[in-house]
Design a protein around this ligand. Sequence first.
Ligand SMILES: Cc1cc2nc3c(=O)[nH]c(=O)nc-3n(C[C@H](O)[C@H](O)[C@H](O)COP(=O)(O)OP(=O)(O)OC[C@H]3O[C@@H](n4cnc5c(N)ncnc54)[C@H](O)[C@@H]3O)c2cc1C
Length: 383
Amino acid sequence: MLTFTEEHEMFRTTVRDVVRNEIDPHCDEWEHTGDFPAHQLFKRLGDLGLIGVEYDAEMGGGAADHVYTMILGEEMGRCASLGVAMAFAVQTDMATPSLHEFGSPELKEQFLRPAIAGDMVTSVAVSEPDAGSDVAALRTRAVRDGDEWVINGSKMWITNGTQADWLCLLCRTSDEGGYRGMSQIVVPTSTPGFTVSRKLDKLGMRASDTAELVFEDVRVPVANTIGEIGRGFQQQMSQFQNERMIASYQMVGAIELALERTAAYLQERQAFGAPLAANQYLQYELADVAADLDMLRHHNWAAVAKYQRGEDMTREATVAKLKAARIARRMADLAVQFHGGMGYVEENWPARFFRDTRLWSIGGGADEVMLRTLARMNGILPG
Ligand SMILES: Cc1cc2nc3c(=O)[nH]c(=O)nc-3n(C[C@H](O)[C@H](O)[C@H](O)COP(=O)(O)OP(=O)(O)OC[C@H]3O[C@@H](n4cnc5c(N)ncnc54)[C@H](O)[C@@H]3O)c2cc1C
């Protein structure tokens, strides 16, 4: 059981208020335009101390405990656009953890400090057209030329990709195959040879820009390498744990709000001479999601406790990501179904929620990749 202090609850209120008052009112417009003003929004959130809540105070971070990250995730998950919530999570928990943990002081000063302040927007660039689930298949390559890396290749599906100031790039830096010989490199997007080749038109998460990126003889200092040369894959695997947990934290908030809203709708909507909520079938379906949500929340708490003890939490993050996505998808399906036609039109929240939640069984490692990891951990998969 986690202990929540008064400060934790005050933090929750701060995030809930900013989401409700400063983000939600713009979400319809951003969904329509297909992006949101990341620099403007992240600056505001940075000013409120919502970026880097656990990062070192001397870098401008909050030096807070991981419970704050969980609360931040849960409250962002209540945002009217899960695309905005995801894009923000890229900044806080997907593109910056490696730099914080493994980066040199100079690199952090140049790139982490402004990211925490919200002055720079970040992306994590791992996936490629031919390497998504199979990260070891990636081909983008950095070749050393004196004190510089010369980078060639392309990246696909990159969140914040049209707006980012720098990327946490995972690429090959030696001829060793498979999981070896990769490094994480900070690539400023102002570097000559970098281009955004395409902005992708997606089913959901529509307020979040997703891009294909091309690197043609992009030169960056070798000093931009995060951590050890050749350890990029291992560092990225660690960064993925943060990514998977923040997804699960967000889904707790998202499912909770969807449950509340669907229950309220069923109380109001009359059919067959009574509120729809009078149907036991509808009650029980929602009660079942509520039970799943309790289990997910408690699983997250156990993961937080393990994280705070500094223990490996690969298993917890894998289970959390898998289950969070699946429960969210079930909730989304019920929300649409129980709203009837009202759930199928753009003017009501279930339609967007249905599209947005679908992503989490694919992005950040597909369900099957989570299952593969668990199968291996349980001795079901050889090797
Ligand atoms: C909106 C969006 C945002 C994204 N943001 C980012 C980002 O910011 N940075 C980034 O690097 N990437 C990002 N991604 C990429 C995302 O992580 C990948 O899409 C994901 O890892 C799956 O890779 P893929 O799309 O290439 O699918 P593939 O690898 O081609 O897999 C297709 C499907 O095959 C199945 N499958 C795959 N492997 C196995 C297996 N071993 N066993 C059984 N079934 C399997 C799964 O059902 C999977 O969905 C984003 C994707 C989307 C759609």
